[in-house]
Design a protein around this ligand. Structure first.
Ligand code: PLA
Length: 401
């Protein structure tokens, strides 16, 4: 008797499945605006120059392949926390941050979810509506209950700030509030600094625990410090908080799976204990993390020349996406006769634009125009070139009407 016979075929992933469909399309006009992966103006994947330089350095050194410790490469854990908070931040000086290298952003979120499940039974995580599609999968599989707070307002194509605040206020005391540090996915809409202050106020009032997902630090605005300002605002208030990091986008290390989970505690002693429990969760999950990506990050940030060159490359990537936003906006405004306001394209930040196209309209983008995007109406501008903006504008205008 076959035991596996009864297992059904899983549906394709809403984001990564789009790339599979794109690859199967043979039409030369096809455009992959699905997965949030940076492409050059020639629509090619991009390995940053500093990554190549760091790897050459590493090759010359001839490093070994010994296991890392469960918490990961110490040099990486040091620089990743310093990048996030700033090296002179009190949370760093007072050693109140438990940092564990994770399997990129996803693995770091999963480690944090396992910690929540183990030490905060019954606590729920509030996630934005909409949010990155995999957030729900991570908490479901980690058996952590979640609910949504209002975030996107289709009427204003902006942030439903009142709704967000009232939903966070209404949540049971001690809930975890999942926040996108910068470049909200999929909407591209971030709170203003004043709004972040109010979000911190309501989270403090309700004794909630802020839980940041920082997947785009430096990639959204081009500045590492600007993109970390929301996290630093909460840390400056002396709050305990969790922050998951990823180097997939800002250092282009997608397939190296390098990220970290940071837990800001109220004392160094608590941080040491939290770190020990994160290690206890990681050991049976994957034992210890991959070394290559961690060494690249440590080498790039540890060398002043490479670090500065990295900052220049991030500004270049962020700048290219800003130029594409402007060109798409201009193309839409020039071609659309309906008088629709396309300014949301310019107001949104990061690699995504939330177009407002519904599922049927998104299907039309793919079936008729060979434009691949996620069914929630998100397009990744990182996959768009200036040369293709007019074609995309035609597709969007055709699909809206
Ligand atoms: C908000 C957010 N958090 C975490 C991650 C996880 O990335 P990592 O595991 O590679 O570090 C992504 C990546 N989201 C992408 C860019 C890719 C994906 O869906 O995995 C996206 O297209 O939304 C993300 O957008």
């Amino acid at each position: 008797v076959s035991r596996f016979e009864g297992i059904a075929m899983a549906p394709p992933d809403p984001i990564l499945g789009v790339s599979e469909a794109f690859r199967a399309d043979t039409d030369a006009k096809k455009l992959n605006l699905g997965v949030g992966a940076y492409r050059t103006e020639e629509l090619q994947p991009y390995v940053l120059d500093v990554v190549k330089k760091a790897e050459n350095l590493m090759l010359e050194r001839g490093e070994n392949k010994e296991y890392l410790s469960i918490e990961g490469l110490a040099a990486f854990n040091k620089v990743t926390a310093e990048l996030l908070f700033g090296a002179d931040n009190p949370v760093i000086k007072q050693q109140r941050v438990a940092t564990v290298q994770g399997l990129s952003g996803t693995g770091s979120l999963r480690l944090a979810a396992a910690l929540i499940e183990r030490y905060f039974p019954g606590a729920q995580v509030l996630i934005s509506s909409p949010t990155w599609g995999n957030h729900k999968n991570i908490f479901n599989d980690a058996r952590v209950p979640w609910s949504e707070y209002r975030y996107y307002d289709p009427k204003t194509v902006g942030l439903d700030f009142e709704g967000m605040i009232s939903d966070i206020k209404a949540a049971p005391e001690g809930s975890f509030i999942l926040l996108h540090g910068c470049a909200h996915n999929p909407t591209g809409i971030d709170p203003t600094p004043e709004q972040w202050e109010k979000i911190a106020d309501v989270i403090q009032e309700k004794n909630h625990i802020p839980f940041f997902d920082v997947a785009y630090q430096g990639f959204a605005s081009g500045s590492l410090d600007a993109d970390a300002s929301s996290v630093r605002l909460f840390a400056a208030r002396g709050m305990e908080l969790l922050i998951a990091q990823s180097y997939s986008k800002n250092l282009g290390l997608y397939a190296e799976r390098i990220g970290a989970i940071n837990v800001v505690c109220s004392s160094a002693d608590a941080a040491a204990r939290v770190k020990s429990q994160l290690k206890r969760i990681a050991r049976p999950m994957y034992s210890n993390p991959p070394v290559h990506g961690a060494r690249i990050v440590a080498n790039v940030v540890g060398d002043p020349a490479l670090f500065n060159e990295w900052k220049e490359e991030m500004e270049m990537m962020a700048g290219r996406i800003k130029n594409v936003r402007q060109k798409l906006f201009d193309s839409l405004s020039a071609r659309d006769k309906s008088g629709k306001d396309w300014s949301f394209i310019l107001k949104q930040i990061g690699m995504f634009s939330f177009t407002g196209l519904n599922k049927t309209q998104s299907d039309n983008m793919t079936n008729k125009w060979h434009v691949y995007m996620t069914k929630d109406g998100r397009i990744s501008l990182a996959g768009l070139s200036l040369a293709k903006c007019e074609y995309l504008a035609d597709a969007i205008i055709d699909s809206f009407h």
